[in-house]
Ligand binder design. Structure first.
Ligand SMILES: Nc1nc2c(ncn2[C@@H]2O[C@H](COP(=O)(O)OP(=O)(O)OP(=O)(O)O)[C@@H](O)[C@H]2O)c(=O)[nH]1
Ligand SMILES: [Mg+2]
Length: 333
């Protein structure tokens, strides 16, 4: 027999004397949905761990919650090179949101990649002052084993956070590897953090990540070279003509460590969201996010199913008995 979560409410009314164990389990799940929707942070934590584990219960929960969709959260992706000040800026943006009594979530994606020692500790320290605020939820997620991209689990956690009713969801990813490309497909607004004096402008231009930014933060503007970096980015934008998409990226200087220009940066993010709403692009963004969610899960499932079998083919490919393409096809077949 198949149960859906919506029927759990009915099921709990089955006389508990008949199926005491079953009823208790259903009651627990109903309770989880109710508690989740009543903004119980422990229910959120439980829901996230269910989804991260890939359990059937987690999937049921996601489906139920998606059906009772409330208002949309604003999802802001924050990316940039290691140490550019992403967490310090996020801390400032939380501050501006909280001054407006908004409900705020932060997902700090720790790439655990060979390039970076992992950002979790830094994030914890940088945003520590919010730990006692019940309207701020901060979660670090590792993406180990996902080639530096945003893990499928991250996207599902994002769906949970949206259902929970957060007004703002900030996703911090280090701009290394695939994650900064992925972030564009997930976030409504992408904020690229650059810093002067490290050749960031040139590097961003070379790596083709200029195109991903809806808003630029030139952080550490207290250090020498800020105005120059700003001019470089302006010139680069003029060359690439971003207005073809209907949006001309805003370049905002910030000194996150001193809390300067946070309001201005926040206003730039709001302006971009307004543009999305007015141009009808928001709907397109949301479709793209769902598409990305499916494809990330698909890739992960295929990898999980097939990678273990790869070994059987390695020798044959090495000996020239079959080609790598034939091996891949046989694996899929
Ligand atoms: N001078 C100066 N330093 C800053 C500014 N903003 C942040 N920092 C410092 O830069 C360092 C890195 O800041 P984080 O916020 O941890 O940077 P991050 O980009 O989150 O770093 P990762 O998550 O490790 O990639 C810290 O020592 C901050 O205090 C700024 O505006 N000016
Ligand atoms: Mg950080």
């Amino acid at each position: 027999m198949k149960f859906s979560l919506s029927s759990y409410k009915l099921k709990t009314e089955i006389p508990t004397t008949l199926f005491p164990c079953l009823s208790l389990r259903y009651a627990a799940r109903v309770n989880l949905v109710d508690r989740f929707q009543a903004h119980d942070e422990r229910a959120l934590a439980r829901a996230i761990s269910l989804v991260e584990r890939g359990s059937a219960e987690g999937q049921d929960l996601l489906r139920t919650l998606r059906k009772t969709k409330g208002k949309a959260a604003r999802v802001i992706g924050i990316t940039g090179s290691p140490g550019s000040g992403k967490s310090t800026l996020t801390d400032q943006l939380i501050g501006v949101s909280r001054a407006q009594d908004k409900l705020v979530a932060v997902v700090a994606v720790d790439p655990t990649s060979p390039y970076s020692g992992g950002a979790i500790l830094g994030d914890r320290i940088r945003m520590m002052r919010w730990h006692s605020d019940p309207k701020v939820y901060i979660r670090s997620m590792a993406t180990r084993g996902h080639l530096g991209g945003l893990a499928a689990a991250t996207l599902q956690v994002l769906a949970l956070l949206e259902a929970y009713g957060f007004d703002y969801i900030f996703i911090e990813t280090v701009g290394v590897g695939q994650s900064e490309v992925d972030i564009v497909r997930v976030a409504d607004t992408t904020l690229l953090v650059l810093t002067p004096g490290q050749g960031d402008g040139v590097q961003a231009f070379k790596a083709g990540i200029m195109e991903i930014a809806d808003v630029f933060a030139i952080n550490k503007y207290d250090l020498p070279g800020g105005p120059r970096l700003k001019r470089e980015i302006q010139a680069a934008l003029e060359l690439s003509h971003p207005e073809a998409n209907g949006w001309w990226p805003i370049i905002q200087e910030t000194i996150a460590a001193k809390g300067e220009f946070s309001q201005e940066l926040f206003a730039a993010l709001e302006k971009h969201y307004g543009y999305l709403e007015n141009s009808g692009s928001l709907e397109r963004k949301r479709l793209e996010r769902s598409r990305f969610e499916i494809s990330a899960l698909l890739t992960e499932q295929v990898r999980l199913a097939l990678v273990a079998k790869e070994d059987e083919f390695i020798e044959s490919v090495l000996n020239g008995e079959i080609s790598p393409l034939e091996a891949a096809r046989q694996l899929l077949g």
